[in-house]
Design a protein around this ligand. Structure first.
Ligand SMILES: [Zn+2]
Length: 335
């Protein structure tokens, strides 16, 4: 489903405001580079800009009507004067750029205006980039280019210098959750992923990762053992924890997950159930939240953050975890 102006403006307010001003003042740039992480709406905004430029009856001078023949043809991917170029295999080849130029040397089929959008513009070969450069250097009156990339550092400086660069910001946790669910992630897992990363690719990868699924269970289990006694907690570290969280990055992830459990307990105490990320553990967490105080939770959370800092300073991981376990138990003044 194509996104509307309003929907995209919620996700990327700065970009949409810029484009609206340019459209209203009739000062749309001849070449844009949309850059930002995957899933931040770059392609959708490109389609929207094309619709705004082609729409026969734009509202207030910028808002595409979504009803006219031009809007509908762009939505359906068959407008004769709007072209999308994507990598052919691993790269965008010179032949693709030449074919585009050939096409664009003809007068517009419907109007004089022509727009092309290059997706994954960083995948352009050097030869293709040189051809594109000539194209960007001599813009025809009504030709617009929209280049899209997730890796701006790979775009040649000569191309960068000819584009107006619009940076798409990472999604807020709320929008990332919606996006993850729309890509098939379980609604009960999406909030947890959105707390750990704002990169949709990383979140998608975690959602399919067995190590990560197992990590969640081990972390919840550690929390439960912690509530019993310190000896058992230390045994559990040896039995499971160190086996699973071997590398530094893995341990850091484990500590993040542990921190989120304490955060969840705090949210439950504050009555913010919708903020809880371990949704699938909700019933048990609710029980536990009755057995602790906000003050203990705050102390425990700062102990975990301290452990994360020590990890970054390369403290011995075994020692670090043992100290943490003891601290977490000291802090649990159960009521
Ligand atoms: Zn329209």
């Amino acid at each position: 489903m194509p996104k509307t102006w309003d929907q995209l403006e919620v996700i990327q307010p700065t970009v949409l405001k810029m484009l609206r001003n340019s459209l209203i003042r009739n000062r749309v740039a001849h070449a844009y580079l949309f850059e930002g992480l995957r899933g931040t709406g770059k392609k959708e905004v490109g389609l929207l800009l094309a619709k705004s430029l082609f729409c026969l009856e734009p509202q207030d001078g910028y808002f595409p009507c979504d009803k006219c023949v031009n809007c509908r043809r762009i939505d359906n991917g068959n407008h004769p004067d709007f072209h999308i170029i994507e990598p052919d295999g691993l790269s965008i080849k010179k032949q693709q750029i030449l074919a585009l130029q050939e096409e664009f040397s003809k007068t517009g089929v419907e109007s004089k205006q022509k727009i092309y959008m290059i997706v994954h513009a960083d995948k352009i070969t050097v030869n293709a980039a040189n051809s594109l450069l000539k194209f960007l250097e001599e813009p025809h009156q009504q030709t617009y280019a929209i280049l899209i990339t997730e890796q701006i550092q790979r775009i040649l400086p000569t191309i960068l210098s000819r584009c107006q660069i619009l940076t798409f910001t990472p999604l807020s946790p709320k929008h990332l959750i919606e996006k993850l669910v729309s890509e098939g992630v379980e609604p009960s897992v999406a909030p947890l992923l959105a707390q750990l990363t704002n990169n949709i690719d990383e979140a998608m990868e975690l959602s399919k990762n067995d190590w990560f699924a197992q990590a969640q269970k081990i972390v919840v289990k550690l929390y439960e053992v912690l509530k019993k006694n310190s000896l058992e907690a230390l045994v559990s570290l040896q039995d499971q924890w160190f086996e699973h969280f071997k590398e530094k990055e893995q341990l850091d992830r484990g500590l993040d997950l542990l921190l989120l459990i304490y955060k969840d307990l705090l949210y439950i105490q504050l009555g913010n159930d919708q903020q809880v990320v371990f949704q699938s553990e909700m019933d048990r967490l609710r029980q536990y939240s009755l057995q602790t105080t906000g003050r203990s939770l705050a102390e425990q959370m700062s102990a975990i953050l301290e452990a994360k800092r020590k990890l970054q300073a390369n403290m011995n991981q075994q020692l670090l975890m043992e100290q943490l376990v003891l601290k977490l138990q000291e802090g649990s003044s159960f009521v």
